[in-house]
Design a binder for this molecule. Structure first.
Ligand code: UT7
Length: 343
């Protein structure tokens, strides 16, 4: 199933009446501790060579034991607020995209609200794995378009290291921790988030998941012994799906925005695997110099990967006003999505 109620530039009913919604500030944070491929060589049977050639990852960040997902989300949010010259009290909506929240409930967004002192906001999480940030942007945009809020803080924050089986080489070489945040506000018509394309396929829900710890299979001594509290992934099947989903997402978002791939200034894909990123770019003749890649430094940080990359791209001057930016992701669920932004 796909959802795109915003529809194309110009024909979007709400966009015409209310103008656009755009990202006015970005911030990010990654934990200090670096875990390199060479460190992993000492933990499981793997090699720097295998990890580098199969994934593009050289190192990843690991949160400190006393640092929670909401803690790292708050640092990213404070950095974004500073750039937007806003106080936390001005924020009206907080959405945190995460699959590794502080606790099963309440929402990590509520902890973020409390720690920021964002007392005029309402706050909730969304769970769409690596596509979470794009889903969250799309939701926040609609709250602003309908006039329910004047601004929104959208965060992707993950501590995948807490749910990683450090004895399983199929998964532990891939994931990392980090957080990225953006502030959304109304912008002139024709700018900001032009189109989004969202999809999901629940028939493949068990390709990446955590079997125990939910209502279906509560944690028990037996589950712990079988290491069912950790991420399980059929990497190869996810890989095949990812290449198709990324392609489909880019195609639809560009078509809806009536943008040709030549006009794209920068594509920021979810940083899952360099081979997936390269093949998606190739399919649309987008040269790699127009694709933002930082997977070598952080690995796959799920919902945090796009906002971290976006922050780096903005800070390094790779995004200028009026540039066309494409964000694209896929993840557990399975889920996929993309959006086209005129900066
Ligand atoms: O954000 C969404 C989250 N998930 C993903 O994005 C995952 C997408 N999938 C992938 O990125 C890739 O499938 C992986 C990087 C996970 C694996 O790469 P692959 O090229 O699909 O390898 P494979 O699973 O087909 O395994 C090839 C071989 C196997 O050995 P045999 O059976 O050929 O002898 C594995 O046992 O590589 C072996 N292998 C490893 N060897 C060294 C698997 N993991 C490792 C490892 N180090 N860490």
């Amino acid at each position: 199933m796909t959802t795109d109620t915003s529809h194309h530039s110009g024909s979007g009913h709400t966009a015409k009446i209310q103008g656009g919604v755009g990202i006015v500030a970005v911030g990010s944070y990654v934990p200090e501790k670096i875990l390199t491929n060479h460190d992993l060589e000492k933990m499981v049977e793997t090699s720097d060579e295998w990890i580098t050639t199969r994934t593009g990852i050289k190192e990843r960040r690991i949160a400190a034991p006393d640092q929670t997902t909401s803690d790292i989300a708050v640092i990213a949010a404070q950095r974004a607020l500073e750039k937007a010259k806003m106080t936390a009290a001005e924020i009206e909506l907080i959405i945190v995209a995460t699959i590794t929240g502080d606790v099963l409930f309440p929402a990590t967004a509520c902890y973020v609200q409390q720690k920021l002192g964002a007392k005029h906001a309402f706050a909730f999480d969304i769970s769409a794995a690596c596509t979470g940030f794009i889903y969250a942007l799309s939701i926040a945009k609609r709250f602003i378009i309908t006039g329910m809020v004047k601004n929104a803080l959208v965060i992707g924050a993950e501590e995948l290291s807490r749910f990683t089986d450090w004895t399983d080489r199929n998964t532990c070489v891939i994931f990392g921790d980090g957080a990225g945040a953006v502030i959304l506000k109304p912008v002139p018509d024709g700018k900001g988030i032009l189109t989004e394309y969202l999809g999901s396929d629940g028939s493949a829900a068990d390709l990446i998941f955590i079997p125990a710890g939910g209502a279906k299979t509560p944690i028990s001594a037996e589950q712990l012994e079988q290491r069912q509290q950790f991420i399980k992934m059929k990497g190869n099947e996810v890989f095949k799906f990812a290449v198709l989903a990324m392609g489909k997402s880019i195609k639809h978002a560009l078509a809806d925005a009536q943008i040709h791939s030549d006009q794209v200034s920068l594509m920021i894909p979810h940083q899952a695997n360099i081979r997936i990123i390269q093949s998606s770019a190739e399919r649309f003749n987008i040269p790699m110099e127009k694709v933002y890649v930082n997977i070598d430094k952080y690995g796959n940080t799920s919902a945090a990967s796009i906002p971290i990359a976006l922050d780096e791209a903005v800070q390094s001057g790779r995004i200028k006003e009026n540039d066309i930016i494409v964000l694209v992701a896929f993840g557990a669920g399975l889920t996929w999505g993309s959006c086209v932004i005129r900066w």
